[in-house]
Write a protein that binds this ligand. Sequence first.
Ligand SMILES: [Fe+2]
Length: 309
Amino acid sequence: MAYAKEIYSLRQLPFLICADMFSSLHFKQKKRFDGSPRSSKITSFYGLKTPPYELEIYSLRQLPFLICADMFSSLHFKQKKRFDGSPRSSKITSFYGLKTPPYELDALEPHMSKKTIDKHWGEYHRSLIEGLNKQLEKDDILYGYTMDELVKVTYNSGNPFPEFNNAAEVWNHDFFWESMQPGGGDMPKLGLLQQIEKDFGSFTNFREKFVEAALTLFGSGWVWLVLKREEKRLEIVKTSNAICPIVWNDIPLINLDLWEHAYYLDYRNDRAKYVDVFLNHLVSWEAAAARLTFAEAFVNLGEPKIPIA
Ligand SMILES: [Fe+2]
């Protein structure tokens, strides 16, 4: 994959913006309202900000690569000074690590067996990380993103890069392990329960819709409880294969892996049983509530509360 590299570095952007603001100021000063001649003294400091895509250089879509390119050069600079004195290497060999589930691998038994998690996390999830890291060795321009950023960038507005499937599946699985807990299931509490009741009518309705979504998903994929930022409401979303709803700017609260590898060892092809067990014994409403609380820093789910002085 080839990306343009002969470009302005990020460090130059502030100067481009400054230059633009300065010319706007001079233009305004020629037309002062009292008719006085233009002064070389600058008395006002606001300029018209120019969208970055009018600079005749790069579109917004390319900004991530500008950032990457800049980070990449820093990286090379750092590699000149490796602590062990070895010569600089142009090969980047380590990117992302395999996150461990937040419980022992047998902690979800008997509802999800250690054998399943050994295979699913220890082998499959690990192979996704390794596959991703291999891809990034070749396309090192994508180095330096958080996993969230990497998923969004490689989704590329619906024209995914080859790295997207591995990146998104890593994200989905990291999120999935943390969407379960030993002794999970039952019902959510307090604010999350109220929000579910507000948006679905009742917890029973939510549950029915979640199960229906899981059972009607064709092929492999995921079912999610997400917070829609714009609509400011919870919704159930189905995604095929690796797609992750953060690419649409949704905020996920819970996900359920509906690839057959997630349940075949424990439930064969009985997806309905697996979904039922997930909701009754595995889903972590505590994790979902914490995620909702975090989301509320960005999405106001109630009436704005304006402090009174
Ligand atoms: Fe999976």
